[in-house]
Design a protein around this ligand. Structure first.
Ligand SMILES: [Fe+2]
Length: 367
């Protein structure tokens, strides 16, 4: 039931209009001037206000402006004794919905109030929808955030689990993947890569030897030179690692890096003998970090060479086997920043390309 406020300084008009409206099933209240109307409007919500124009102190036009500002959805109808075009225009300019001429004709009154109440009903419905929409939006956003966090957690745990699985079968290289991932990520940061690229590189490092799960552990831990067949099997770990990671649909660049972590700039690496720009820019961090970590650590078939020998290796093959800027970044880390190999499993959020635009600026563009 719509609620109407009648504002007029003439009692007979207030009484007549109230009776007309109540007979037509409206709830009607009256005010004998604009001040009283303003007080009522503050206390309760009206769908329609019908106001006289000429009243003592505050005019009907001023009341229209006031209602527009304080209750923008409430529709105002002006009653005027002089229904000229000017009065009508002034009323509309002030924000009135319509005007009705005095003396008031019951049918015109009910028709105009009916239309105004309908408009008010529509804007109420619109606001209700907006509120529902807003609530839905906030609920949805909160849900997406919760699910995203859960997804990140699951991916992080999966990376950590896969990384441990390989090392459980190859105790001699325990911590190798984490040290490679952390070093490669530090080198990428040194060259100003975005956080997204750094995270992808770190994860690729943590998983780069995953393919070794297809290599028998007695070959992995054989304390002697491998036969050509055994060597071929060991080398196939780069291919198997790439295939396994592709199956779980981590970002493509991660499986690409894993596939290429034994390639060399001059094409002398394996499994595909890629050269120069055929190798992804991101993979160079893994290539250099893998060599440095492997040389500085103990292996079943040889003792550790130490970090100095590892740095000498990348320095002497800078630009031939290893990408120059990546080599320089690695040397800067160890020699200037006193970097230490670190086997901490650092948690990252893989954004699957939804984070900031990826960029690596190490002189070799990604394919
Ligand atoms: Fe490897």
């Amino acid at each position: 039931m719509s609620k109407v406020l009648i504002v007029d300084d003439e009692k007979s008009i207030r009484v007549t209009l109230k009776a007309f409206l109540e007979n037509a099933d409206y709830t009607a209240e009256v005010a004998e001037n604009a001040q009283e109307a303003k007080v009522k409007l503050k206390q309760e919500e009206f769908d329609v206000v019908i106001t006289d124009v000429i009243m003592p102190r505050i005019s009907g036009m001023e009341l229209v402006e006031d209602v527009r500002a304080s209750s923008p959805d409430t529709q105002v109808i002006i009653m005027t004794g002089e229904p000229t075009v000017e009065t009508a225009m002034e009323a509309v300019r002030a924000g009135a919905y319509d005007y009705i001429p005095k003396p008031i004709n019951k049918d015109i009154l009910l028709k105009t109030v009916g239309q105004a109440a309908h408009i008010k009903g529509l804007s109420d419905a619109k606001r209700r929808l907006e509120r529902i929409n807003q609530n839905y939006q906030s609920t949805l956003e909160a849900m997406v955030e919760r699910r995203t966090k859960a997804l990140y957690r699951a991916v992080r745990n999966m990376v950590s689990l896969l990384s441990k699985v390989v090392e459980m079968r190859d105790l001699y290289t325990s911590g190798h993947q984490r040290r490679v991932g952390n070093l490669a990520a530090a080198m990428a940061r040194e060259l100003g890569a975005s956080q997204e690229v750094i995270d992808d590189i770190r994860v690729a490092g943590y998983l780069h030897d995953l393919g070794k799960i297809v290599v028998p552990s007695e070959i992995l831990s054989k304390p002697a030179i491998l036969t050509p067949e055994e060597m071929q099997l060991v080398q196939s770990h780069a291919i198997y690692g790439m295939r396994l990671i592709k199956e779980v649909e981590l970002p493509d660049i991660i499986s690409d890096m894993i596939y290429e972590h034994h390639e060399r700039l001059d094409g002398s690496g394996y499994p595909r003998g890629l050269a120069g720009t055929e190798i992804h820019a991101e993979a160079h961090f893994l290539i250099v970090a893998n060599v440095v970590e492997a040389m500085s650590s103990h292996r079943p078939y040889r003792p550790a060479h130490g970090i100095q020998a590892a740095l000498a290796e990348i320095r002497s093959n800078r630009g031939r086997l290893y990408q120059p800027e990546v080599v320089d970044a690695c040397i800067r880390l160890f020699e200037e920043q006193k970097y230490q190999l670190d086997d901490t499993m650092i948690q990252v959020n893989l954004t699957f390309g939804l984070g900031a635009a990826a960029s690596v600026d190490n002189g070799v563009r990604a394919k």
